[in-house]
Design a protein around this ligand. Structure first.
Ligand code: NAD
Length: 348
């Protein structure tokens, strides 16, 4: 199958295949849409079973970034890159420099950043060969940590406040019960915000130490990972991996709100419609978890921490708009979010 007739092609502006025999680089850069600005999205390194699998992944991810960046109000279109390889075995400085040269050859239509399998040290090596990289820590007065997780957690916290007000008519999170799945970089910070706001927490993680910390620090109640989606909570906040809303979990969800950081929370679009039928308010993942890309996008320009904070808090306004339009149209929020994003990047 070629690229143009690929089911996930969706009018991509630019798809480039990079190969370099000396370093062993095999990579793809995909830029979906640049009408709002150069494509911005992370670089993922993954041991894809085939080139076809890598192509499918990069096309889907890059399209997703167009929607995410548009909804976050960023001057960026959607792009993404993948390296075919095992990050534990194949990730060498030579490979990253080759990737940097490949990104540079795209001439600025794609700006790269961190994603699975690629960390800040890799980005530093990449930056030896390309200008088009962001998410590297910067020291000094206008410095930043490079880590997008605090911004993501703040955005999700704000989104939960808006969703709870919309679905439950509550202006405060005091006494509200939130079930958090995954206590990693984002989930643990989200737990801190929620605890400070007076919410009661139910938590789970596959790592025991993360759970023990949340129990000690935030007076959280721990449940087994396979039970968290069914917790007796007001809000279910997925902050781990995978597709937490699926055929198995959906009938067991008791929360009235689903609002968390995880990417691709709905296994299939039909699951969003099913939540809607059940009266469960779903905060579209790419809208509520955009704090990270807002932060990384700002690192591309001249970084202003206060401005980043304001933009992250504005995720609440965007969600409000999505929920209001969804209620008026009687349609699921993720359908409305896609429509608003398309209006923004297509114009009109
Ligand atoms: P992370 O790897 O730091 O944390 C994930 C946590 O989930 C880990 O503690 C892991 O042990 C736990 N986990 C994995 N499977 C689990 C399961 N079945 N049940 C319970 N816990 C489980 O990742 P992160 O940076 O905190 O990101 C969390 C999610 O948010 C991911 O889906 C990520 O793609 C998404 N996201 C993150 C950012 C960001 O800024 N870090 C931005 C946007 C979206």
């Amino acid at each position: 199958m070629g690229v143009f007739d690929h089911p996930d092609y969706d009018g991509h502006e630019h798809v480039a295949f990079g190969r370099e025999p000396v370093s062993g680089l095999r990579a793809i850069v995909a830029v979906h849409d640049t009408r709002l600005g150069p494509g911005l999205g992370g670089l993922r390194m993954w041991p894809y079973a085939s080139e076809a699998e890598a192509l499918t992944d990069v096309l889907r991810l890059s399209r997703g970034m167009t929607y995410k960046n548009a909804m976050a109000g960023l001057p960026h279109g959607g792009g993404k890159a993948v390296i075919i390889g095992d990050p534990r075995r194949d990730r060498t400085p030579e490979l990253m420099r080759a990737m940097g040269r490949f990104v540079e050859r795209q001439g600025g239509c794609y700006i790269t950043a961190e994603d699975s399998g690629v960390g800040v040290p890799d980005l530093r090596v990449l930056s030896e060969a390309t200008r088009y990289v962001t998410g590297i820590p910067l020291a000094g007065a206008d410095g930043h940590s490079g880590d997008p997780s605090p911004a993501t957690a703040l955005g999700v916290f704000t989104g939960i406040q808006v969703a709870v007000r919309h679905a439950l008519g509550r202006d405060s999170l005091q006494g509200c019960v939130v079930a958090i799945q995954g206590l990693g970089s984002v989930g643990s910070r989200l737990a801190g915000h929620l605890h400070a706001a007076g919410a009661r927490l139910i938590v789970s993680d596959i790592h025991r130490d993360a759970v023990e910390r949340a129990v000690a620090d935030f007076d959280a109640r721990a449940v087994a990972p396979e039970a968290i989606h069914a917790a007796d909570a007001d809000v279910f906040a997925p902050c781990a991996m995978g597709a937490p809303i699926n055929d198995h979990t959906l009938p067991e969800i008791r929360a009235r709100v689903i609002a968390g950081a995880a990417n691709n929370q709905l296994e299939r679009p039909g699951h969003g419609a099913a939540l809607h039928r059940r009266g469960i308010l779903y905060a579209p993942d790419y809208v509520i978890n955009a704090g990270g890309v807002i932060d990384v996008g700002a690192q591309w320009g001249s970084y202003d921490a206060q401005q980043v904070r304001e933009r992250v808090l504005a995720i609440g306004d965007t969600l409000e708009q999505v929920f209001r339009e969804a209620a008026a149209a009687g349609e699921p929020p993720e359908v409305i979010a896609d429509r608003i994003a398309e209006r923004r990047f297509r114009g009109g």
